[in-house]
Design a protein around this ligand. Structure first.
Ligand SMILES: [Zn+2]
Length: 167
């Protein structure tokens, strides 16, 4: 690994008006910047289910990032600041999977002080509980808010879909 230059940080974690804690730009982040890698323990889907299936309805699900059919990143274990990035329906970042690693990249230039967001695009599954929409309700407040972090299985998303289940 190349030695990292002592550049000032791009982001900081603090309370978010959207939800809980969020991640904010400390200085302007140019479009296309690879802001941060989404880190955490890499586990199987089976193990991820075992860890979170029995929890009450809460946000723990959103600590999980599906890399492919074999691997889920659990940011609840050894996660970094990326786990605090909130969902928004009209986000300024996107998740990019490269070599089975997950990175958050800027979709547009982000002004200093702005909150970083990406679309979680959580996939619905056949055995979802009936209150799933409430669990993943979105109140991001953007004009294009879908009211949910979920994609329906049939509806085509309006933008390029991130492959969250396979690569
Ligand atoms: Zn929304």
């Amino acid at each position: 690994m190349a030695k990292r230059a002592a550049s000032p940080p791009l982001i900081e974690v603090r309370d978010s008006p959207l939800h809980g804690k969020g991640v904010f730009a400390v200085r302007s982040i140019p479009k296309g910047t690879r802001v941060i890698e989404y880190l955490g323990e890499r586990v199987s889907h089976r193990e991820a289910d075992r860890r979170y299936d029995h929890k009450d309805a809460n946000d723990n699900h959103t600590l999980l990032f599906i890399v492919d059919s074999r691997t889920v990143i659990d940011a609840g274990v050894d996660g970094n600041e990326a786990r605090f990035i909130n969902h928004a329906c009209e986000p300024n970042c996107e998740s990019v999977i490269a070599n089975r690693r997950v990175f958050i990249e800027a979709l547009s230039t982000i002004k200093a002080g702005a909150e970083l967001t990406y679309d979680y695009q959580i996939q619905r599954e056949d055995d979802d509980p009936p209150d799933l929409d409430e669990v993943f309700a979105c109140r991001c407040g953007f004009g294009g808010c879908r009211g949910t972090m979920l994609w329906s299985q049939s509806a085509a998303p309006p933008v390029k879909r991130q492959s969250r289940t396979r690569k």
